[in-house]
Design a protein around this ligand. Sequence first.
Ligand code: ATP
Length: 503
Amino acid sequence: MSKYGKEMTIGAIPVVLVFLFYIGVNIIPILLMLIIGGSMFYMIRTRGITTGSGGGGSARKARTRQPAYMTFDDIGGQDHAKGELKESLDFLIRADDIKQLGIRPLKGILLTGPPGTGKTLMAKAAAHYTNSVFVSASGSEFVEMYVGVGASRVRDLFKDARARAQKENKPSAIVFIDEIDVIGGQRQGGQHREYDQTLNQLLTEMDGIHTDEEPRLLIMAATNRKEMLDSALLRPGRFDRHIQVDLPDKKGRMHILNIHAKNKPLAADAQLEQVAEQTFGFSGAQLESVMNEAAIYAFREGEANIRQAHMAQAIDKVMMGERSDRETTLEERERVAYHELGHAIVAELVKPGTVSQVALSPRGQALGYVRHNPPQDQYLHTKRYIEERIMIALGGSVAEEMFYGERSTGSRGDFDQALQMVATMVDSGLTGLGIVDRSIVTKQELMKENAAILDGLTRQTRELLESRRHAFTESLAILLQEETLSGDRFRDILSDSLERHSA
Ligand code: ATP
């Protein structure tokens, strides 16, 4: 009965209308209401799940511009995540073997990690690897002000995945839900009924997946806030495979850069290895953007090939934002130059060879910047390492104090960074407070420790900079004139001035 319910209702409407007209009821208002109601229903439904075609089908038509399919070779780095994912997917490919052993089918794989690290790419590659259709939706697409619409979209998504797999004659379908935290956050009851219904529907659909079902269904989801997810989603039998997709290390960055350089002409001086070194902490999406921006810089200059300088500019753009046309006075520029040189001199003294550029050009919110070049990726930090980074952050304001007698508002961001690093030290038991839980330390104790650390490091920073006071003058003249100072030139100036003044 329910299968034909919709058709019977639609058929009954004209019959009822004709009957009402026959007995003399004015049916015009009813007709108008039906038209308005029908259009609203149609709009809500069509904003929901519609699918694209081929391996790159997606929940919204606007998102079908992705390539037809994606393989694991198109994903740079992530060797560990790719290996783990392939192993899990073998469960889907070798379904008969796992059934023989009585293994419960794998229903859900959760990809977790920072934005832009390639989680969507992984899900698409998984569809290609398993010869499945790929249907995707983003958590935010299920959120509507009308209760029940989200749940019906979840139903449609699964229905659509099954229908497409049958139509395309594929053995399986992968349903990918990006930003699952939007609908999969911990259920609160009461006020969040819409979210709860959507999540309940998703759980119901997952429970309805069986081993011997044809086509087989696998749900993949991505989030960068796994801790927010409802435990019902994470329990065995639901999303019980968790794969961490991390920011790439240097080797991974090199691989990603190579992938995105494939269709771009590089000049002889272009060295992707150097770019990989200078982009510690960049995601795959940011690396793609570096290559794209570098090509745009080459295009703007009318050049046929991308040079190293274009890539250096592109890194700055992705890291700091586009150059702005903010007009600054000479006095301001001079102050910014002293500030940036303060950072750079401290950096070079505590970590020789790490400054790759000092620049006086406004980018994003900053009026100048120093680009550091970490010698190698580092994930564990000692107390001295963090202290040195705090000193580099304080170098700007200390330099301003040395030459102007007072600081400016330009140090706000530096202080935020310094405070964050002090907090890391406290949480890691690297301060005089010992190993503590920050929530049970009083504010006064925290403030006292904070001040002791920052005052001590400010003193050390001042001593360092005072000992190189003469190095500021020469670098300042170049910066004011040329706007940028390369790391190598800066190091020459620094060592020359040291020799001259110690002679
Ligand atoms: P989000 O969490 O923001 O949804 P995501 O982790 O799903 O991000 P993707 O959408 O997969 O990230 O990646 C965005 C773009 O970044 C890709 O289209 C690709 O150009 C590039 N990219 C990201 N990671 C990689 C990678 N490992 N190899 C190659 N390209 C990558």
